[in-house]
Design a binder for this molecule. Structure first.
Ligand code: PGA
Length: 246
């Protein structure tokens, strides 16, 4: 179902104590959904702490294999067994720093769906691709490969986040018009490949230097259903202000 969503991606930030304090201060808003993606080590503790509060907890990454000799990794099965129901797949830092390819991300999408996990799937172009005006084709290819075997009903479990790489952590936000162009393109792509109903029910989030000062301008665009927030999700004043802007 298409919903208004604000999600905080903490990346490798905050101590456990700082994270516990932050979740106490988050004020979810009726009529929208709030998520946090803390470091994996804190998932269970924060999930327990948030019981009864309208904030969902997801993992920033997981492996596609279900078990075995993969030192340092966590499987989708293990997340599910620990009552974590949501996973972020394809963040540009995973793609660029940890060399995750579209083909690997496809395996992760399939493994997550097999385990009935909700997926926040990230896509987005680097600066040179935007400057050469090939961003729409680039994003289409990212989605085509990773979502190749996804069915219409699987979309109940999928949220897409458009995160232009040049806007992540740089302070440089996509303008509402630039973001809207891509969001509308993604929705049209889903219409073509699956169905209009699937596309209309899909939540598409914007991510990349989203902050209280620019959130409202982005969220008023018709195809922008919320935000995936990095830096500004690390303090409750900014994160709550963004939640309020939805
Ligand atoms: P940022 O990160 O808000 O710090 O730019 C967004 C993200 O990487 O999800």
């Amino acid at each position: 179902m298409r919903e208004k969503i604000i999600a905080g991606n903490w990346k490798m930030n905050l101590s456990l104590k700082e994270g516990e304090k932050l979740v106490e201060e988050i004020k979810p808003l009726d009529g929208s959904k709030t998520y946090i993606f803390p470091p994996a080590l804190y998932l269970s503790k924060l999930n327990d702490k948030l019981k009864g509060k309208n904030v969902s907890v997801g993992c920033q990454n997981a492996h596609f294999e279900s078990q075995g000799a993969f030192t340092g990794e966590i499987s989708m099965e293990q997340l599910k067994s620990a009552n974590i129901d949501t996973v972020l797949i394809g963040h540009s830092e995973r793609r660029n720093i940890f060399n995750e390819t579209d083909e690997m991300l496809k395996k992760k999408v399939d493994a997550a769906l097999k385990n009935d996990l909700e997926i926040f799937f990230c896509c987005g172009e680097p600066l040179d691709i935007r400057e050469s005006r090939e961003h729409l084709d680039y994003i289409k290819n990212q989605l085509e490969v990773a979502l190749k075997d996804v069915t219409e009903s699987d979309f109940d479990k999928i949220v897409i986040a458009y995160e232009p790489v040049w806007a992540i952590g740089t302070g440089k936000t996509a303008s509402p018009e630039q973001a809207e162009e891509v969001h509308a393109f993604i929705r049209a792509f889903v219409t073509d490949k699956w169905s209009k109903e699937t596309a209309e029910n899909l939540s598409i989030l914007y991510g990349g230097s989203c902050k209280p000062s620019n959130a409202k301008g982005l969220f008023t665009k018709p195809n922008i259903d919320g935000g995936l927030i990095g830096g500004a999700s690390l303090n409750s004043a900014d994160f709550n202000a963004i939640i309020e802007a939805i």
